[in-house]
Design a protein around this ligand. Structure first.
Ligand SMILES: [Zn+2]
Length: 479
């Protein structure tokens, strides 16, 4: 055997290593990148998502999970997927507690009698007939409540007064939702008769309280719990400022009423080469009841449906399946997302990549991802296609998959987070002001461009993004 010179040997070794390395790297073929750019540009001028969210918020309107509108929303979604031409449309049942809102009133009884604007929270108990009248005891944070002597709140109405500020990434919602979810449970355990909070919202001068779910799991542990609008919380603060005992009467007619079976509604664009492998995108179909659920989350459903339709309308189906999921009952505890993840956990390796839109309708400005290291090159390719429409890519932060799909990510699905500008999201979130006029059709179209382009590239990739059981367990993604 002829000896190779050392330099040649090392060069050929390096070449071999390089080739082997390239084989394990996930890449997106140049033709797919080119098509993704065309999809992106078409989506920027496409009105489908705005038409879809207009249809949903007008024809169905508010869609509280378990209400008669839950079923109407499902029928709407099935019909809309079919009308948009999806190849396959089906439902998967989801069962959740039924909670009903009937009416809510409140007033300051003394020292200065006057009405208060508030809204009952999800899973709140109703008050006894004739209402609940008790003294208010105020805390400025959840921590302050936790540290309180239970004797000081027993039989009283606990009021937690934490204010949220606007931020582009909406991070103060961790404070607001923490008080809303955890506060009522803590107060109930301490023997409180009722619970009030300053709305988990960033609007300052609108008398529209923000509803949302509490952490009550069992009707037996629930107490009456409601949110005051920000101006009403200010007023209660002024009354408390006189230093005299303040008595409030709550009259809430609401509560648990058995269980309800709804469904996740799913539409697919069937993959040509690997129909069993899916790119999963979606939004949640339910909404809170005071508004029409335009930004939360009609927009998310519309963005995902429109992205799927754009890919469907191309001359040829993508290599892998695009699966659009309209989730049931996200609002009262990710019921649709959890049911979906439980049912599909064993197939997690077939989920190429996924993410859900559930943070409004403003432009996407940041992409983060939890993918295997060998797929970071493909992520760079996706980022390059999205950069011209204003999307940054932070390769160091994890991607959590959004609200419901965070549950599939928890099972090991490779996931993105596509962050919208949430500066004014919590002005309207879970209020009567969550209506269609808050959506700018152009900004909504930018979201569709992002979803269509990334979904298509993921569907055409040579290689996967690292989904497998238990992957990404310690990636630090939220939700
Ligand atoms: Zn939502």
């Amino acid at each position: 055997m002829r000896r190779l010179p050392l330099t040649l040997l090392s060069a050929s070794l390096m070449l071999a290593i390089g080739t082997a390395n390239a084989a394990t790297q996930t890449t997106i073929p140049a033709a797919a990148v080119k098509t993704a750019k065309q999809l992106r540009d078409k989506a920027m001028n496409d009105n489908t998502a705005y038409d879809v969210v207009t249809s949903l918020t007008t024809e169905v309107g508010p869609r509280l999970a378990g209400s008669p509108a839950d079923a109407r929303g499902r029928e709407w979604a099935i019909a809309k997927f079919k009308a948009l031409g999806f190849d396959k449309v089906y439902t998967e049942q989801v069962t959740y507690p039924l909670w009903e809102r009937r009416s809510e009133h409140a007033e300051i009884v003394g020292p200065f009698p006057q009405p208060l604007d508030l809204i009952a929270l999800g899973y709140s108990a109703g008050t006894p007939k004739g209402g609940l009248t008790a003294e208010v005891v105020r805390f400025d944070s959840l921590d302050a409540l936790k540290k309180a002597d239970p004797a000081s709140v027993k039989g009283k109405i606990v009021y937690v007064d934490a204010r949220m500020q606007r931020h582009k990434d909406g991070h103060d919602y961790a404070i607001g939702s923490g008080v809303r979810v955890g506060g009522p449970v803590i107060a109930a355990k301490m023997g409180a008769a009722g619970f009030l909070l300053r709305s988990a919202g960033t609007d300052a001068n609108s008398r529209t309280p923000h509803t949302g779910v509490t952490g009550f799991k069992d009707p037996k542990e629930a107490i009456p719990a409601a949110a005051l609008s920000n101006p009403d919380a200010d007023q209660l603060d002024r009354v408390l400022g006189y230093g005299k005992p303040v008595t409030v009467k709550l009259d809430l007619d609401c509560g648990f009423n058995g269980t309800y079976t709804g469904a996740n509604v799913i539409g697919e664009v069937t993959g040509r080469k690997h129909p069993e492998q899916v790119v999963a995108i979606g939004g949640h179909l339910d909404s809170w009841d005071p508004g029409t659920g335009a930004i939360d989350d009609g927009a998310g459903v519309a963005i995902a449906m429109a992205a799927g339709k754009l890919i469907h309308d191309m001359p040829q189906r993508p290599d892998r399946t695009i699966r659009v999921i309209a989730f049931a009952n996200e609002e009262m505890g990710l019921w649709g997302g959890r049911a979906y993840a439980d049912k599909h956990a064993s197939e997690v390796s077939k989920f190429q990549l996924g993410t859900e839109s559930d943070f409004g309708a403003r432009k996407i400005w940041l992409m983060t991802a939890s993918v295997k290291p060998e797929a970071r090159g493909a992520m760079d390719q996706i980022a390059k296609v999205l950069a011209p429409i204003g999307v940054d890519y932070d390769a160091k932060k994890p991607g959590g998959g959004g609200s419901d799909l965070s549950q599939m990510h928890g099972k090991g699905m490779a996931a993105l987070t596509l962050v919208q500008d949430g500066t004014d999201y919590f002005d309207y979130h879970h209020t009567a002001n969550d209506t269609l006029d808050k959506i700018d059709p152009k900004e909504l179209a930018q979201n569709v461009a992002v979803y269509a382009a990334f979904s298509y590239m993921a569907a055409q990739a040579d290689g996967d993004f690292g989904s497998k059981p238990g992957a990404f367990k310690d990636d630090g993604a939220e939700e």
